[in-house]
Design a protein around this ligand. Structure first.
Ligand SMILES: *[C@@H]1O[C@H](CO)[C@@H](O)[C@H](O)[C@H]1NC(C)=O
Length: 149
């Protein structure tokens, strides 16, 4: 009887501490931020798996605008950007992808990514910042900032 009571009491304590952890864990970071973090990690996993076009199709908004060092010529809307992404995927061999930093705040995310790839026979190994603006769980705007490729 006493053993049973102690067991039940112990289980209640474990349950309570688990519940508190869940409650405060969620309050430390908003649900929107958690969701954005999950989504950008899925995008990064897709890039690492060399699924550039598939990842683009799944995670980019119909009205996405993309910028290279502030320039979005030819990068307005999903159709234009898909051509650029497909051109990159079709002509590149990716050797290495490393995420060096990842920041997430509400519907914004940002990573510093090192990529080593050979495009049209030319090797590029450099890092760039990518900044993503999310809407309805999709990337609506993305900026890439780099000094050289
Ligand atoms: C890039 O990848 C190639 C092929 O694997 C390798 O030979 C080269 O050392 C890598 N460069 C850098 C800077 O990591």
């Amino acid at each position: 009887m006493l053993k049973k009571t102690i067991l039940i009491f112990a289980l209640l304590l474990i349950g309570l501490s688990y519940g508190l952890e869940e409650y405060y864990g969620h309050n430390r970071e908003s649900l929107v931020t958690s969701e954005t973090r999950q989504n950008i990690n899925a995008v990064i996993d897709g890039i690492k798996a060399n699924q550039i076009v598939e990842t683009f199709d799944e995670w980019y908004h119909q009205d996405v605008e993309m910028f290279e060092n502030g320039n979005s010529d030819g990068r307005k809307g999903k159709a234009q950007n898909r051509i650029v992404e497909k051109n990159f995927a079709d002509n590149s061999v990716i050797h290495d992808v490393k995420v060096l930093k990842l920041l997430v705040d509400e519907e914004m995310s940002s990573y510093l990514m090192f990529m080593n790839y050979t495009k049209s026979g030319e090797n590029h190994a450099s890092s760039q910042w990518g900044i993503q603006y999310w809407k309805d769980g999709l990337i609506i705007r993305e900026e890439f900032w780099y000094s050289s490729h």
